[in-house]
Design a protein around this ligand. Structure first.
Ligand code: CUA
Length: 327
């Protein structure tokens, strides 16, 4: 008895750890794709609850009605081979599956229907080990880890993979869609209210899989337009220290982080100063940027980012100053 209780108590503790990040909750969607998916979950859940209730009621009734009692020793009527019963319990599941299939098929087609160009924006998403790249079609914007979208507008996502299998998932808005190298998958999502929605890679893709996070930042149209305008403006190093940092960046980082290199293996850092995270997971401040630069694998196991631990402290300060101010 105590063992069972201990296990249950521990399970409560462990499982309550699953909650916490509100925006990771599929049961509280903030977008119409997520809402449709929740409708389907509810539909099948309550249907199954009905089946469960009927089966359990019959089960309990039979247990009580035909239990062995003192002095009474009757064998209930045997129904083996009854055609009527066989037909009934074959037809009922067929009806249940049909009832489930109608909304499932309808929603599957709804979600596969890509929005019309005039009422949507189109973003090319690329999954890399272990980060996400976002390219806005027709806007000349390329960024990473943070997908800005306007509230109420459908976002048409064209999903590419560069190395291994990943899966693009924003629990509160909808998903998941497989990221497969050599294949282009599409999906759409929208957000009904402004907010920051956590995104996750939902396919085991290597040592850094659990940390392959990103954010969807939904803003009112005016704020989104402001963000677009800012992203389109070139970032220019202002102070002497930032200019020094720029030189160090050119010499040490550009090989992987050049926005124009088609064989790019690191994210575009053009507007790095506007981001809210370092490597998609750490809070965006100088201390964390230094930590990431000096020992990236201690932050994200398996990352391709090499250690930048050979710079003089002054050089490191200049590089960090430059990156944090690329806005
Ligand atoms: Cu990418 Cu898991």
């Amino acid at each position: 008895m105590w063992r069972v209780l201990t296990v249950l108590l521990l399970a409560t503790l462990v499982l309550s750890g699953c909650q916490g990040h509100d925006s990771l909750n599929v049961l509280d969607p903030s977008g119409s794709a997520g809402q449709k998916q929740l409708d389907l979950i509810k539909w099948s859940f309550f249907l199954m609850c009905g089946v469960f209730a009927v089966v359990i009621t019959i089960f309990i009734y039979v247990l009580i009605r035909f239990r062995k009692r003192k002095g009474i020793d009757v064998m209930p009527e045997q129904t083996h081979g009854s055609n009527t019963l066989e037909i009934i319990w074959t037809v009922i599941p067929i009806i249940l599956l049909a009832v489930l299939a109608v909304p499932t098929v309808t929603y599957t087609f709804d979600l596969a229907d890509m929005p019309r160009e005039e009422d949507s924006i189109k973003v090319k998403v690329t999954g890399y080990q272990y980060w996400w790249e976002f390219q806005y079609e027709g806007m000349n914007i390329k960024t990473a880890q943070e997908l800005h979208i306007p509230v109420g507008k459908k976002v048409h996502l064209e999903i590419h993979g560069k190395d291994v299998l990943h899966s693009f998932w924003v629990p509160a808005l909808g998903g998941k869609t497989d990221v497969i190298p050599g294949r282009v998958n599409t999906m759409w999502l929208d957000a009904k209210k402004p907010g920051v929605y956590q995104g996750k890679c939902a396919e085991l893709c290597g040592a850094g899989h659990a940390l392959m996070d990103f954010k969807v930042i939904a803003e009112e149209q005016a704020d989104f337009d402001k963000w677009v305008a800012q992203m389109q403006k070139p970032a220019v190093a202002q102070t002497a220290s930032q200019k020094e940092g720029e030189k160090i960046f050119m010499q040490n980082c550009l090989g992987c982080h050049a926005g124009t290199n088609p064989r790019i293996i690191g994210p575009d850092l053009n507007k790095f100063g506007t981001r809210t995270t370092i490597a998609g997971i750490l809070p965006h401040d100088e201390q964390n940027l230094k930590k990431w630069l000096k020992d990236p694998t201690s932050v994200k196991p398996g990352t391709l980012m090499p250690k930048i631990d050979y710079l003089e402290p002054k050089e490191m300060d200049a590089l960090v100053d430059y990156l944090m101010n690329r806005k």
